[in-house]
Design a protein around this ligand. Structure first.
Ligand SMILES: [Zn+2]
Length: 250
């Protein structure tokens, strides 16, 4: 099985056609269950992670095959984070609007491991603040509705992975008392959830985004499996983590 292929780019996205020849990939959300997920078991297997996953790096040897940050993560040193990931050398997918600031900060020319992405403009971040609510993806243009996790799923499908196995996709968001209080919604209390709407309404948006993903993958004949340790996401077929590992290591 080919473990890694060059990331999609704006050039080859236009000529993309469905293929499913790369086998399974792990897609990681940053929910609380990730803290108890033995990620080193994934070493050697394709995986895709996002946003502040590096806060977990001191505790694990595993690193993702691909990294994505297209959300407004909001904290003050986001560009330092993006540069850190780019410097690690794995393929990175960043929001196009990050390009100017980030490119000014680099000291030496990075290898061509960064792809800047533009999402659709009709389907924005949440159910209440979007011009339209999508019912399916519209590849090859990426749909940015709801969550960067959905964009990782879309890129994985475009690259030819199947099945897509979810970890750390817990949902069950609750409001954080204030930015100074521990973050209850991610794998570390230091993560810091940044949203300008009540977090307790976030689940509805995420569940819709997962339904859109499931519907679209059904159309492409791609399987989504949820191996998250717990959580309340029941849109996709569940699979036991150890069982999924057995399948992916075959
Ligand atoms: Zn869209």
């Amino acid at each position: 099985m080919e473990m890694c292929r060059p990331p999609i780019s704006e050039d080859n996205m236009e000529t993309w056609s469905p293929s499913k020849d790369l086998g399974p990939i792990w897609i990681l959300g940053n929910g609380p269950s990730l803290a108890k997920t033995p990620l080193d078991e994934l070493i050697g297997q394709p995986s895709f992670a996002m946003n502040r996953i590096h806060l977990l790096y001191p505790k694990v040897e595993w690193r993702p095959t691909y990294y994505l940050c297209i959300d407004d993560v909001g904290h003050s040193d986001v560009y330092s984070d993006l540069k850190y990931h780019a410097d690690l050398g794995y393929p990175c997918f960043f929001k196009a609007s990050y390009a100017n600031e980030l490119e000014m900060r680099r000291i030496k020319r990075w290898p061509t491991n960064i792809t800047y992405l533009s999402n659709c403009r009709l389907h924005l971040h949440d159910l209440k603040n979007t011009p339209e609510i999508p019912q399916s993806w519209h590849l090859p243009q990426l749909c940015g509705f709801g969550t960067g996790l959905s964009v990782m799923l879309q890129i994985a499908v475009m690259m030819g992975y199947d099945p897509l196995i979810l970890l750390g996709c817990d949902l069950g968001f609750v409001d954080q008392e204030s930015p100074d209080h521990p973050d209850p919604n991610h794998f570390t209390p230091n993560y810091g959830t940044t949203c300008d709407w009540p977090l307790s309404t976030r689940d509805a948006t995420l569940i819709h985004a997962h339904k859109v993903a499931q519907h679209s993958c059904d159309q492409y004949g791609v399987t989504i499996l949820n191996a998250s340790l717990g959580g309340i996401l029941e849109v996709h077929q569940r699979i036991d983590f150890q069982e999924a590992l057995k399948c992916t290591k075959q």
